[in-house]
Design a binder for this molecule. Structure first.
Ligand SMILES: Nc1ncnc2c1ncn2[C@@H]1O[C@H](COP(=O)(O)OP(=O)(O)OP(=O)(O)O)[C@@H](O)[C@H]1O
Ligand SMILES: [Mg+2]
Length: 466
């Protein structure tokens, strides 16, 4: 594989690949492309590392993939070897990634011994606890709340998903990706430490009945934020396909800024002339693109389809798959798709909980966009940059009928006026209580449903088309 001027991280990854797998072809570096300009791109703003004039129309994220190191280490560089990566190797290869390495004891302390009162929730990876870190734990640490995710050793995910999270999120930085602060890699223990997202997941906010209804503009703001996160991944110098875009993986901060979490299934995008990556089909029922389920061919357009499903969830207030509904309405896309491009029938599917408080024009445009994202043929789907450009102006549409509550949303720092800390605290306690009760039942269900194997997803798709 040819690569431009290699960074120390890249050299380390190549060296490791060769030493752990002597059959792997030697990595070739294009040394002639080295220049001071490639080392200090900011000082030579209009000239690329190769000395070519930069095209004005080139998207910013391609020029300098903001927040990524110039040579991001691919997941395959570090994971495709016969010997597992040692904690020392991992920390060496992620030098410069600004990640803290914590001990299990330290993380026990910050979560008060993983106490049930700190329990936030649980997914396929394992339980998540709230904690607090500051300078006392490690000099230089900004005092802040964190979410500590603990790998369940009996669960459906394992070291590979943990490593993917550390390698991708450790190197990718963007306002719409959740920040990975550090990790713990000790004996069989695998933990992840993230910035704490006080409004939890979109799934909880949108579908849990005990929580106040999300207003239309807040839903739109979340869609725009999540779309920006995906755009960043797709346009990075080494593109990333997220592969698990869904409401539970979109986390929300105090201002409802959306951030993508869970990179356990993320994949490096196709390189060179390749049009797709071929993988084992993994994902979540209701969100995965049909061509990916049928062929295992993964492209950025698979993420676009999943985005269309989440946009549909935001419009309808319904889950992608809901087994409690009549059989014809269980799969959201199958039930709602044909209404999306017909403005006269849209009101049949728009979330009744919104009580008509939305911009009609905004909803029509968002519905038409969701329809395009859900196109059967990947080529007919827009790319994520177009999605952002279509959705963002809809935030300015204010033809919204007045309702019983006042809220503002839009620029950073603006928050809903009818939600306070007390409500959040009570809600967290209630969530924690309910989550603990459901934990055992949920665990059993997860192994069968959430992240599923190729055959399961394939079977589900085939049965539907029969
Ligand atoms: N950084 C965070 N800040 C606050 N809450 C979080 C954070 N990360 C995860 N959570 C919460 O922890 C719970 C479990 O999240 P997790 O991502 O492990 O599982 P999931 O997304 O629900 O399921 P899946 O395994 O399908 O991804 C969710 O309720 C989520 O909102
Ligand atoms: Mg998740």
């Amino acid at each position: 594989m040819d690569a431009p001027f290699p960074s120390p991280l890249y050299i380390f990854a190549a060296w490791r690949r060769r030493t752990t797998n002597p059959k792997s072809p030697p990595t070739k570096f294009k040394m002639p492309s080295f220049s001071w300009k490639s080392l200090l791109p900011g000082c030579f703003s209009e000239t690329t590392a190769a000395g070519e004039r930069r095209k004005k129309s080139q998207p910013a994220a391609r020029r300098v993939a903001a927040g990524t190191s110039p040579q991001r280490i691919s997941f395959s560089d570090l994971s495709n070897s016969s010997t597992p990566l040692s904690p020392q190797d991992l920390s060496l290869s992620l030098v410069g990634a600004d990640l803290h390495i914590f001990s299990l004891e330290e993380l026990k302390t910050v979560t008060r011994g993983f106490s049930t009162s700190n329990f936030i929730g649980e997914g396929g990876f394992g339980p998540v606890y709230k904690g607090f870190i500051d300078e006392e734990l490690r000099p230089g640490l900004r005092p802040q709340a964190v979410a500590v995710k603990l790998l369940d050793l009996q669960g459906s995910q394992g070291h590979k998903e943990w490593l993917a999270e550390v390698i991708f999120l450790g190197q990718l930085r963007h306002p719409n990706l959740v920040k990975l602060i550090g990790y713990c890699y000790e004996d069989e223990h695998r933990l992840l430490v993230y910035e704490y997202m006080s409004k939890g997941s979109l799934e909880n906010r949108l579908f849990k009945k005990v929580i106040a209804v999300l207003p239309w503009l807040t839903r739109l703001k979340i869609a725009v934020g999540a779309a920006k996160g995906l755009t960043f991944l797709h346009e990075a110098e080494k593109p990333v396909i997220y592969r698990d875009f869904k409401a539970s993986n979109i986390l929300l901060d105090t201002d409802y800024k959306a951030k993508l979490s869970d990179f356990g299934l993320a994949k490096d995008g196709p390189q060179g002339d390749d049009t797709h990556v071929t993988t084992r089909v993994m994902g979540t029922h209701g969100y995965a693109a049909p061509e990916y389920i049928m062929t295992g061919h993964l492209t950025a357009k698979s993420d676009v389809f999943s985005f269309g499903v989440v946009l549909l969830e935001l419009l309808t207030g319904r889950r992608a798959v809901d087994k409690n509904r009549p059989s014809r309405q269980r799969n959201l896309v199958e039930w709602a798709k044909h209404y999306l491009c017909n403005p006269h029938k849209l009101d049949r599917i728009i979330d009744p909980a919104l009580e008509g408080q939305y911009s009609t024009k905004g909803v029509e445009k968002a519905a038409a966009l969701a329809y395009q994202c859900l196109a059967h043929s990947p080529k007919s789907r827009p790319n994520m940059r177009t999605v952002v450009e279509t959705l963002e102006p809809l935030l300015e549409l204010r033809d919204i009928p007045m309702g019983p509550f006042i809220f503002t949303v839009g620029g950073p720092g603006e928050t809903e006026k009818n939600e306070g800390d007390d409500e959040e605290m009570a809600e967290r306690k209630e969530n924690s209580r309910r989550n603990m009760q459901r934990r055992q039942r949920h665990k059993a269900r997860l192994l069968q449903s959430s992240v599923c194997t190729d055959t399961e997803l394939y079977r589900a798709q085939r049965n539907r088309s029969i």
